[in-house]
Design a protein around this ligand. Structure first.
Ligand code: ARG
Ligand code: ASP
Length: 715
């Protein structure tokens, strides 16, 4: 009897754990499933993670510059994030003589730390469900636009009346596709200084080749420090500011991880779309991703051919190339993962079950009976508009620099004679200065001509300009935007300020410029023939998806749903777990420094290494950070787990059962990137830098061991 009961309890436990693991999830920190987390091994409580009334782990987590995540790891406001999150700041302080990207940077005391204009760190003070207030007065009779207007004005009113301190901010966001609303009180620190960064050969080791893949060997971290005014409150940069005293900072554990260990990741995931109908997943695999990938294939091939041949081009285009290839590689992995996990079929089965349940209740049947059918119809209508949208975005706006400049100039011409003109002009001068700094006219012309060919070929003809597109190499030769023709006596790529000095000259030159004219026609066709219909369909889809979400919450009341990511603070949890790609043997969950050395290619642009690290590996002196002793000592580098993460989770801490930092999240495995649309525990893994590697690099490689004195190391 006893045995049977135990067996039952165990198997029930197993079912609930595997269900959780199966589903992934990015949970609102005020609504954690504490018992499930404890079953999986967590020793702390949900209140230790999030408590608005007493110090808790959330007080150590900051949104970094509004994009990545970062965490406080000392009593003096020391802030840890990824190298690729601090990249812009590291780059901005770099010069030819002091190339911090190449050689790394380490402040040896507070006075050497470098201020970063515009960089912020935002903490979450409190989270509150305000759904009732926001949706009060919303009625079923409203059309989508009326509803949006109504909700918007409710949000404004409620935000204005929130009781908070003067130095705090408030925002309200929709969750569950607009079925719920949450209010966030935040504190944003504005003086965040660079403390340290390893050389790129460590911080971005493996670059694009290793990006989105496992096994991985990257020390993707950098260090900053938050400064506050003398009352410890947010303040603009000032020499008189002092290191911030956090309510809580994360202790760092060097006890190490092993397969099966409980971990959770706490951060700011950006965007996911986990509740799409099967047809949308199918379109993603068959048309949407192939279109985006096809466009970027062409751009990347042209860029990489020239980058390989010419060092100057490589330097100019390295970060643009990385940006374009990052999403390109992600989409390829996503399609592979969706296919391999039969996501469409699973979603269809889910819809069948949904309809079956809906049919059991008359009131469900009348409200939700046609949902799947309506969604299918709308997605079918939307497909050609979606494709046109993607081509405009990818081929005209994102991947051709010259076309993007032409779009800006069109915008400027449209503001001619209005009060906005001068302000807009100044903003464009600033962004063009940056753009032209790393611009190669011939290379971008080659990319742009290839992209416009694709545009002509693949955008449905009814969406193209009436008199066709006439862009060829002479359009580029005869344009001021490429710098090949002068404007106001100078080449725009050499002196934007002077080129734009005289409004009359500027306007008449732009109006007569062949590229501005051609792109203007493409834009006009897009604005007349694509975007109004596309926006209308998107609005209808938003409404249907909101109802579908509401229906799922009711119909599957036995299932726990997490809201899609929306750049707000979330907790995801999982276990340290290896991974088996289709055609390869299973990979262990941990990589080591000997694997870094195995990938080493002297002088290579992705796999070169600092000599010092090679020597350090040989000596096997890993101090307190390594695993094993003497000859058998190993230095852990990266590890993976089944935490459900996405873009924005970069820089998020991975914490252990006791709430200590054990890793720094920075990436996902390739096919696992489908987790933005469909999470599958057998494939989806997040990738983290092992905390021990971070400390080892700071202490032994950089000689900045003084920083460890302010941390709390758990041995
Ligand atoms: N794939 C990761 C993310 O989406 C890391 C990107 C940075 N690294 C790179 N080689 N591009 O952001
Ligand atoms: N690398 C991503 C980031 O920068 C994280 C991810 O997409 O897994 O946020």
């Amino acid at each position: 009897m006893m045995k049977l009961r135990l067996f039952l309890v165990n198997s029930l436990l197993w079912i609930s754990i595997s269900l959780a693991q199966q589903g992934g999830g990015m949970w609102i920190p005020t609504e954690l499933n504490e018992s499930e987390m404890k079953q999986m091994g967590m020793k702390i409580s949900a209140k230790d993670i999030f408590n608005p009334n007493a110090p808790s782990i959330k007080d150590a987590i900051a949104h970094f510059g509004g994009g990545c995540t970062s965490e406080v790891i000392s009593s003096n406001g020391l802030l840890l994030t990824n190298h690729h999150c601090g990249y812009g700041q590291i780059q901005s302080h770099s010069t030819l003589e002091n190339d911090y990207l190449k050689n790394g940077f380490w402040a040896m005391n507070n006075s050497e730390e470098l201020p970063n204009k515009g960089l912020t760190a935002t903490f979450i003070v409190d989270i509150k469900d305000v759904t009732d207030k926001i949706l009060q007065g919303v009625s079923g009779e409203m059309n989508e636009e009326q509803r949006q207007q109504f909700v918007k004005s409710n949000i404004e009113i409620i935000s204005k009346n929130v009781v908070k301190e003067a130095y705090q901010d408030v925002f309200i966001r929709p969750f569950y596709k607009g079925n719920k609303y949450y209010q966030f009180i935040t504190e944003t620190y504005k003086d965040v200084r660079l403390v340290g960064a390893p050389p790129s050969a460590i911080g971005n080791f493996g670059m694009d080749t290793d990006n989105w893949s496992w096994p991985r060997h990257t020390g993707d971290f950098s260090l900053f420090r938050i400064y506050a005014d003398k009352n410890n409150k947010p303040a603009e940069y000032s020499e008189n500011n002092v290191p911030y005293k956090p309510k809580h900072f994360l202790p760092i554990s060097i006890k190490g991880v092993k397969e099966g260990d409980f971990t959770f990741v706490f951060g700011f995931p950006g965007t996911t779309d986990e509740y799409l109908p099967a047809i949308a997943l199918d379109q993603t695999i068959k048309t949407i991703n192939p279109s985006r990938i096809g466009i970027r294939d062409v751009a990347l091939k042209i860029l990489s051919d020239k980058m390989r041949k010419d060092d100057a081009t490589r330097i100019k285009y390295a970060s643009k190339y990385a940006r374009i290839s990052n999403a390109w590689k992600k989409w390829r992995g996503e399609s592979l993962g969706l296919t391999k996990s039969e996501a469409v079929k699973l979603r269809q089965d889910y819809e069948t079950e949904f309809n079956k349940r809906v049919n059991t209740k008359p009131e469900w049947k009348s409200s939700y009976g046609n949902l799947i059918k309506d969604l299918n119809e709308l997605y079918t209508t939307n497909e050609s508009y979606e494709i046109a949208e993607i081509y405009f975005d990818e081929a005209i706006y994102r991947n051709s620099e010259t076309f993007r400049i032409a779009l800006m100039m069109q915008n400027l011409l449209n503001a001619k004679g209005t009060a906005e003109f001068d302000g807009m002009k100044q903003r464009y001068i600033n962004s063009l200065k940056g753009l032209y700094k790393d611009y190669d006219a011939d290379l971008d012309q080659e990319v742009s001509l290839a992209l416009i060919d694709l545009y002509k070929k693949n955008v449905p003809v009814e969406f193209l300009p009436e008199n066709a597109i006439h862009i060829n190499s002479s359009t580029f030769e005869n344009s001021v935007l490429t710098g090949k023709q002068k404007i106001n006596g100078v080449s725009i790529s050499q002196d934007v300020e002077k080129a734009f000095a005289n409004n009359e000259v500027l306007i008449s030159t732009l109006e007569n410029d062949p590229l501005v004219q051609e792109i203007g026609l493409i834009l006009k066709a897009y604005e007349e023939k694509v975007s109004p219909k596309y926006t209308a369909i998107e609005n209808q889809l938003a409404q249907l998806q909101r109802t579908y979400m509401k229906a799922q919450l009711e119909v599957f009341s036995d299932k726990k749903f997490f809201p899609d990511a929306n750049s707000t603070l979330r907790v995801t949890y999982g276990k340290v777990d290896g991974y088996k790609p289709e055609d390869k043997p299973r990979y262990a969950a941990q990589t080591y420094l000997d694997g870094v050395i195995a990938k080493y290619i002297p002088g290579d642009y992705e796999f070169d290494l600092p000599q010092k690290l090679i020597d350090m590996e040989k000596s096997k002196d890993y101090g307190i950070y390594g695993e094993g002793k003497k000859k058998n000592a190993k230095m852990p580098v990266n590890f993976i787990a089944s935490n459900h993460t996405t873009g924005g989770n970069s820089g998020s801490p991975a914490l252990d059962k006791d709430g200590n930092l054990i890793g720094l999240n920075f990436d996902r495995v390739w096919e696992g990137t489908m987790s933005d649309l469909h999470y599958d525990a057998s494939i989806c893994r997040n990738i983290m830098v092992d905390a021990r590697y971070i400390l080892y690099i700071i202490d032994k490689f950089a000689g900045a061991g003084y920083l460890l004195n302010e941390m709390k190391i758990v041995k």
